[in-house]
Design a protein around this ligand. Structure first.
Ligand code: UDP
Length: 246
């Protein structure tokens, strides 16, 4: 399956079901592969910071999360098949894990969010194996981090959800992937555990359809405004890149 380069980030040009096929391929390999789901904010962080860019592009799977990336691909004349939002990819991965007997570890969110997500999911997915959970508020280096790694290894999980917010989760995953003994797939999924736990809500479908999910999030969390200014900045950058291509 082809990758499409959007201003230096090689996105997987896949549908959701193809994304799951790619994830299954990664699960068959030795070592922990990493899935990232950059949106336009993260893509702009990559433009501004080469070390974040290097972290993102070293992931085995790069899925386009957000209308901003889909718009960027259209501006560049290389449209992507569809948006593969992290939160939806996470849900599909949960269904896939239940069907194939893979166990999951949830890392991230405020205390009790990961447990609550696990409990809620087990109501709908009776055979889902949750190997363990841990909140995301620990020191990401040193002894505290070592203890988290040990806990994940002791759980023998196959799939690890890392939900620490971007770019912390991607940096953490790349730094620690080689220390994970059982995990074969790490999915960096931002605020997804909050959605599964019900502590945060996704935008209504009409906002998503109109590519206005960012606006809904802004209404609910006005403090995101500073971060969100990265979206128009990124699109201006992409338009300039498209002009240079002409
Ligand atoms: N978070 C965490 N540890 C931290 C900082 C944040 O677990 O040190 C969690 C936070 O509780 C939230 C998620 O990371 O659940 C970030 O969600 P957001 O929707 O902001 O993700 P982003 O858009 O940054 O990917």
């Amino acid at each position: 399956m082809k990758k499409i380069n959007i201003c230096g980030i090689p996105f997987d040009n896949v549908t959701m079901s193809e994304a799951i096929t790619l994830a299954e391929n990664e699960l068959q390999k030795k070592g922990a592969s990493v899935v990232v789901t950059p949106n336009a904010e993260i893509a702009e962080m990559c433009v501004e910071d080469e070390s974040i860019h290097q972290t993102i592009v070293s992931a085995e799977m790069i899925l386009p999360d957000g209308a901003g990336i889909i718009t960027a691909a259209e501006i560049l004349g290389t449209p992507l098949k569809e948006k593969v939002a992290g939160v939806e990819f996470g849900m599909e991965l949960i269904r896939h894990a239940e069907k194939h007997g893979y166990s999951l570890f949830f890392l991230g969110g405020k205390p009790s969010v990961a447990e609550s997500a696990a409990e809620k999911l087990k109501v709908c997915y009776k055979n889902l194996k949750i190997a363990g959970t841990h909140d995301g508020y620990f020191t990401k280096t040193g002894a505290e981090n070592d203890a988290v790694i040990e806990e994940i290894n002791a759980s023998n999980a196959d799939i690890l959800f890392v939900c620490l917010g971007a770019p912390t989760q991607e940096i953490w995953s790349m730094k620690n992937r080689e220390r994970l003994t059982s995990v074969r797939l790490i999915a960096c999924l931002g605020g997804s555990l909050d959605i599964y736990a019900g502590t945060a809500k996704r935008a209504p479908k009409i906002f998503i359809k109109l590519r206005l999910e960012w606006f809904y999030r802004l209404l609910r969390e006005p403090k995101r405004l500073g971060r969100m200014m990265k979206i128009p900045k990124y699109l201006r950058y992409v338009k300039k890149a498209a002009k240079r291509k002409e």
